[in-house]
Design a binder for this molecule. Structure first.
Ligand code: DGL
Length: 273
């Protein structure tokens, strides 16, 4: 009954942590494509090719449902995968929609026309590819009117986190927040639109100030997955073993992952595709 979790690297572990706390009996198979991270500076074709290879590997590992715990893949590749690639008996879900539903005060399946919502000024921090895709603004416009979104492409942050260079990662976060706040001085809400960023959630909050509400993607995705599995129990695949897989160097990846999650994690090496 395994469920797959895919990310370009270590960021998806923030989602894995939340979903495994919410659904402790489900074995999750995590795949980080650390050999090809970051995705956020790649073009759409590249992201699609790498993401399909990773997801195909998770299908073969006994997962009928895979969560793209990567905003870049969710924004750039998911729709094309769902339209022509995902087999009928499998599902691939992204991490964008639960966040947008929370921001626009909607429940799953509410397809009523867009309406005014409480939040009017939203700061979006994401990778360059996610910002370029405008997927966040598009999904928001289907559900809400009158919301002003200021997006900051946070170049370099994923690379620094993956390298374990937290001093550089923190400095970059501060300078990206500063750049955004020069354009939008008083956002009411901030969306950390990259699953790596909650690792530096405290730095974002500190730089934004205590009055800015940061939306936690991981816990929203966990609730939405729990709800999905109640509606689709058949999507718990045949796999029965939790695993941590990486296309990168398993020892290096395990070291960085252990530092972020503050518990020991062993990774196995895989070569999808
Ligand atoms: N965690 C991925 C995301 O949520 C990072 C993408 C990247 O590799 O640049 O967008």
């Amino acid at each position: 009954m395994a469920v797959g979790i895919f990310d370009s690297g270590l960021g998806g572990l923030t989602v894995l942590d939340a979903v495994s706390k919410r659904l402790p009996r489900v074995p999750f198979v995590y795949l980080g494509d650390n050999a090809h991270t970051p995705y956020g500076v790649r073009d759409a074709g590249d992201v699609l090719e790498l993401t399909t290879a990773g997801v195909a590997h998770l299908f073969n590992a006994g997962c009928d449902l895979v969560i793209l715990a990567c905003n870049t893949a969710s924004a750039v590749a998911l729709r094309r995968m769902q339209e022509g690639w995902v087999p009928r008996d499998k599902r691939v879900l992204g991490v964008f929609i639960p966040m947008i539903e929370a921001l626009t005060e909607r429940h799953w399946g509410d397809n009523t026309p867009p309406r005014e919502v409480a939040v009017k000024h939203v700061a979006l921090f994401a990778t360059p590819a996610t910002v370029r895709s405008r997927a966040f603004q598009r999904e928001l416009a289907f559900r809400a009117i009158g919301v002003d979104v200021e997006a900051q492409p946070c170049g370099g942050v994923v690379d620094a986190i993956e390298d374990g260079d937290m001093i550089l990662a923190k400095a970059l976060v501060r300078s990206h927040v500063d750049a955004l706040m020069r354009r939008m001085p008083a956002p009411e809400a901030a969306v950390l639109g990259c699953t790596h960023y909650p690792i530096l959630g405290g730095v974002f909050q500190d730089a934004l100030g205590p009055e800015v509400a940061i939306y936690s993607q991981a816990s929203l995705v966990a609730e939405s997955l729990a709800d999905y599995l109640v509606r689709h129990p058949d999507k718990l695949g045949p796999g029965n073993r939790a695993q941590f897989l990486t296309t990168g160097d398993p020892e290096f990846v395990a070291g960085t992952a252990t530092q972020f999650l503050r518990r020991k994690i062993e990774f196995e090496s895989v070569r999808p595709g």
